[in-house]
Structure formats: structure tokens, C-alpha cells
Design a protein around this ligand. Sequence first.
Ligand SMILES: Nc1ncnc2c1ncn2[C@@H]1O[C@H](COP(=O)(O)OP(=O)(O)OP(=O)(O)O)[C@@H](O)[C@H]1O
Ligand SMILES: O=C(O)[C@@H](O)C(=O)CO
Length: 422
Amino acid sequence: MLLGVIADDFTGAGDIANTLAKGLPPQGGLAVTQYLGVPTRPAAPEVEAGVISLKTRSIPAADAVAQSLAALAWLREQGCRQIVFKYCSTFDSTPEGNIGPVGEALADAFGASGVIACPAFPTVGRSVHQGHLFVHDRLLSESGMQNHPLTPMTDPDIRRWLRRQTRDAVGLVASPTVRAGAAAVRQALAACAARGETLVICDAATDADLVTLGEAAAEALLVTGGSGIAIGLPANFITRGQAKGVATAFAGVDGPEAILAGSCSGATRGQIAIHAAAHPAMALDVDAVMAGKIGVGDLAEFIAAHRGQAPLIYSSDDPAEVAALQKRYGREAVAGRLEALFADTARALIAGGVRRLVVAGGETSGAVAQALGLEALEIGPEIDPGVPILAAPDGRVALALKSGNFGAPDFFAKALAALAGK
Ligand SMILES: Nc1ncnc2c1ncn2[C@@H]1O[C@H](COP(=O)(O)OP(=O)(O)OP(=O)(O)O)[C@@H](O)[C@H]1O
Ligand SMILES: O=C(O)[C@@H](O)C(=O)CO
């Protein structure tokens, strides 16, 4: 294994696995496997990039650090020459972490400083200008992310936001330097390192900027960022003759289907509205869930009753209703209960014969993927930017795990068709 990724959530892991598998024309990408948690066995010899999916975005910082270091240890045992710490393109974190604590702990493990930190993902509108993160033409803090149920993002100055989480000062490599090319970036990162800046926010507004950052990072032991930071990395290994450059393949999986949505993002709620207008959809009554009046049996029954019609179950609600529920029950309690319900339901559905499963939301997908106990997934073609098809190695089940903000308006129907190989 050449390249190892430590991802702080499951959909984010799929996102960067997709980027690494695609690579850039004409070279192509790497042979990628996504692992669910730290694997207990060595990687298969053909794997060139291994992406370890953790669920560390919203847990206490010390736990996130411990899990990330365990992932690092396994990836080093597999011989990785470079590690990427993948977090969200909207920099999802709290003032306590976990981007800062995990980033610095990984840097310490390598004795590294002047480490790139870049969440930019221009294909889906995330760009960094003078250290400020934008979602399309809105500052992060006015993009809807200020209402996120777990990690409300209220400061678009991600250098300042990250500094609240870190031990050391945070650097900035702004776009004039990035536009000056890889050598200028390397020089600026070295200057940051000399000033004691462990993590360095790097501007990027286009894929070309990310390719430059990737080129600048060719020899770096550690890189951190959103999936965009990986755009240029496969080429480094392929041009050096260390990796072959492969195209992804997927034959399709047919059979019963289900869609589960726990994401409350604007994008997911829009996708739910479009899907529910033409397909069976069950809106969860969260008060009834919290009271134990609705359980796995009810959800599994709904899916079974609508087999073949692309049935959807969702807990997603608008920010005001989410805030009211959180006030009533506590943020962690309601999130935990819903995630457990979706996870147990997914396990029951797969046991009952469902073979195509679409899940919306990173935390929700993490809970579901853990419950399914799949250790490794192969990366198939991209459904929409940032969302690949994921296939169980035995070819029995195919999954689409969608980050909250990703996907076209008709994503759910599109994903089920893609999982069937259509
Ligand atoms: N109606 C609701 N009220 C309160 N919390 C909810 C509700 N529905 C879902 N949740 C919780 O909100 C969280 C949503 O996070 P999740 O990561 O699944 O989606 P997301 O944040 O939109 O996606 P991503 O992390 O990929 O951007 C989950 O913990 C989920 O259980
Ligand atoms: O970077 C992103 O936006 C996604 O991969 C993600 O991590 C959302 O959970």
C-alpha cells in the first residue's frame, strides 16, 4: 500500500476513495479499498490506497486522537509512504476539535510541521480564499452550515476556527503563492514550519490549485484536507512508476432496495421532497421514536411492503424542528437514538434480503456501515461528485453512502439505478 487515508466519517471516506480511484486523466487513479474501522488483517497485496473510515468527527477529541493514531499504526504497517487525514469540505468541527487535535497528533507522529490543511472541493462549490471558506458564493457561516445539528459552523475564517482547536499557531498559504506553483508552495510551507506552525490553511478555488498543492505535497509524509486535496496525489505515485493507474469497474447488483436518510441538510431535504413526490416515503415521528413507540419492526415492515418502489425512510427535518427536538431530549440523545434505529434497521433489511441500500448523512452512514459489519468495500464508479458506488467484496450488497450536502436533486433514484449497474 502506497497511500493511506484516515477519514473522520464514512461518507467522507467514500468521497476521498472516489477521488483517488478516479485520479486525473490521462494517468487514472489508484486501486482503492475502503475499510470500515481499523482492519484486523493485513491489506490485500493489490491495494495501492487504503482509506480507513472512522467515526471521529463528533466524538471527544481524546478518543478521536486515539482512534486516528491506531489507524495510522495499521497504515504504516502496510508500508504507506504518505498519509492523508480527511475531514469535511465544510470543515465540520467544534471549538474543541477534532480537526486540530487529530491533525497535530498525526503531525507529531511524523515529527512534521508546515502540514497542508485544505478543505476545498471546487466541484461542489467549496473554496478557500485568504483562509475563509465559501460554499458556492456564500461564506461558510451563511451557507446553512451554521444550523448543522452536531457541528454548527459559525465562523468562516477557518484559520481562526482551527486555532481554537490547536496547540500551535496555524499558518496560511494564500492564493497568490498557490498560483505561483508547487515550488512556491513548498517554500511557503517550509517558512510556516520554521515559525512553528504545525497546520497550514492553504487557499484553493479550482482543481488546478489543488493539483498544485498535490504536486507540492509529493514528498510530504502527511497531508490534511477534504477530498479535493487528493486530486493530484495519485499522479505522484503513477509518474514515479510506483502505482499502475487503474480504471474502476462495477457489474451492478440487482435485488430489493431501501433508502434511509438521517441527514438534515438542505440538499438532503430537497432530495427527500423530490423522491417522496413520486415514491413511498415514511417520515419518522421522532417523538414516537424517543418514546420507544416506533422501532425497527415498523421500519422494516414499511420497506418490505414497498419492495421494488424505491421506498424511503427519513428522520430529516428543518432546522427549527431539529432545534426543538434537541432542546426536548438533548442533542446527543436524539442523534444517538436515531442513528441506532437506522443502524438496526439496516441490519434487519440486509438480513431480510435487501441488496441495494442508499443512506444519506455521514454520521447516519457511519452507524449503518458499522452495524453491517463489512470490513472492506470496493470502490465502483462515481454516482455524483463525491459519492461512489461501494460494493461488498462478495458482490452481494452494494451501497451508496451520501454526504449530507452532496448529490443531484434526484440522487436517491439515480443511486438505486447506479447500484443496479444501470
Ligand atoms: N429530526 C432530527 N432531529 C434531531 N437530530 C436529527 C434528526 N434527524 C437526524 N438527526 C441527527 O442529525 C445528525 C445528522 O448528521 P449526519 O452526519 O447523518 O448528516 P449530515 O451532517 O447532513 O451529513 P454529513 O456529515 O455527511 O455532512 C445525525 O446524528 C442524526 O441522527
Ligand atoms: O468533504 C465532504 O464534504 C464530505 O466528504 C464529508 O465529509 C461530509 O460528511
